[in-house]
Design a protein around this ligand. Structure first.
Ligand code: ASP
Length: 439
């Protein structure tokens, strides 16, 4: 049995957190490969080391004095080293960083030092081999992950050592420069390491006990999801769930390696399992409820639309020509509605309307704004009758006017459109009916 354990920034923000992480690693021999993030926030208005590095490098790039900001970053690491009573000095590393900043080594290089230095501390603390991610994770000329080379080189390196620390968030380009993934990208590194080492489980440790059924800013203490499939998670992530970086799913998914989201501050909690497929039923009919505000819909009407071949294409072309992606396209006999992001659409609105008239020649066009979309997601829905009925009677009781309904053919989700102002009420009503009252 072997596991990759990735720890997020809040799990490594201080010496105290490092001690918890050390105990977690020691508690299970299978935890052989460790992927650390950079130190995150110690308290709510603290600054993440990654953000400090970006700010520090911005000064260097402008040719300004950055020594004060670099000293603050150094102090963050020194506090951890001292707290852990480690016999370790990062003096040499900081000299190299200072020189590289002066030579304008790039924003990516700057940001990557957060995980690089934390990786050195982690390896020293737990006695694992340190592997610089720039030597084993590779991007191609287009800036995309070079999966084949990474898998081979990383696999070979990991096979040479029993236990290793690979810092998250970065790799290197064909010309030897350091390049980072997008923000939150240490999750991707964890997944890449899990795939290359062919481990049994990828544990992703954070500061919540798993993925919650609904947004805790709307629902007080929502329960965590026990098991979620990759597909369900995609639907929920798209609608705003962001416990895990979206791209972190793909490497492990290819190998059928499950991800277990765990809480560093409550290691005894089961957390959430993210799996390819499962015969385990969700505790409730729905697995999760997510949503987003800020949509607009364009209602297009034309008599005999249903028999006009190519009508849909012409409508969507008007959006495509203006670089606007559509979210949903529910349709009636003589009507077709296109849901788009309001902020994307707003300043191109008249161009799209003109395009629609030119291309599709509709009878009328109507635009509605300030709408929200809610996704009720659950693999169990297709085998249970009455799910839609429960959702809509709950919404009716809460006096929420439903503006759009879309059930995908996968039957994994039902999307509901409501006014922005009804968003929170609607989510509460759906959570109540499925989770609290289980009616
Ligand atoms: N430290 C990076 C960030 O703040 C990457 C990560 O934590 O995953 O985005």
């Amino acid at each position: 049995m072997a596991k990759v354990v990735k720890f997020g920034g809040s799990s490594l923000a201080s010496a105290e957190q490092f001690v918890k992480v050390g105990n977690i690693i020691k508690a299970d021999k299978a935890r052989k490969y460790v992927v650390p993030s950079a130190p995150g926030k110690r308290y709510s208005d603290d600054i993440k080391v990654t953000d400090m590095l970006y700010a520090c490098y911005a000064l260097a790039e402008e040719g300004k004095d950055f020594s004060g900001k670099l000293a603050e970053i150094k102090a963050r690491y020194q506090e951890i080293i001292d707290g852990l009573k480690l016999d370790l000095s990062l003096e040499g590393e900081f000299k190299i960083i200072e020189k590289s900043f002066k030579e304008k080594a790039g924003k990516n290089y700057a940001a990557s030092r957060g995980e690089f230095l934390n990786g050195i501390i982690m390896a020293a603390y737990i006695g694992y081999t340190f592997i610089d991610a720039a030597e084993v994770i590779f991007f191609d000329e287009k800036g995309l992950l070079d999966e084949e080379k990474t898998d081979r080189m990383l696999g070979e390196r990991l096979a040479q050592c029993d236990c290793a620390v690979v810092p998250g968030f970065y790799g290197s380009t064909p010309d030897g420069k350091v390049k980072t993934f997008s923000r939150g990208g240490s999750d991707i590194t964890g997944s890449i390491v899990a795939k290359a080492a062919k481990v049994d489980v990828y544990e992703n440790w954070t500061d919540v006990s798993g993925i919650l059924i609904a947004d805790p800013r709307i629902i007080k203490n929502p329960e965590p999801i026990e098991v979620v499939t990759y597909k369900e998670l995609r639907e929920l992530a798209y609608m705003g769930f962001n416990v895990l970086h979206e791209d972190a799913i793909f490497p492990v998914r290819k190998q059928g390696i499950p991800i277990n989201i765990k809480n560093t501050n409550k290691p005894e909690d089961n957390g959430t399992w993210i799996v390819g497929s499962t015969c385990q039923k969700s505790k409730y009919t729905v697995t999760g409820i997510a949503g987003k505000k800020g949509f607009c819909c364009v209602n297009i009407e034309k008599d005999m639309m249903n028999s006009e071949i190519g009508f849909g294409r012409k409508v969507l072309q008007a959006f495509e020509e203006n670089g606007i992606s559509f979210e949903h396209v529910p349709s009636g006999i003589d009507t077709l509605t296109v849901f788009v992001h309001q902020d994307e659409f707003m300043h191109k609105e008249q161009k799209v309307v003109a395009g629609l008239h030119r291309l599709a020649k509709p009878d009328s066009i109507e635009i509605e704004s300030d709408l929200a979309l809610i996704a009720v997601v659950g693999r169990g829905m297709k085998n249970e009758s009455g799910t839609a009925g429960r959702i809509f009677s709950a919404l009716a009781h809460a006096r929420v006017n439903v503006r759009m309904i879309d059930q995908g053919s996968s039957e994994q989700n039902i999307i509901i459109g409501v006014a922005n102002e009804d968003f929170e009420t609607a989510i509460k009503a759906i959570y109540d009916i499925f989770v609290l009252t289980r009616l």
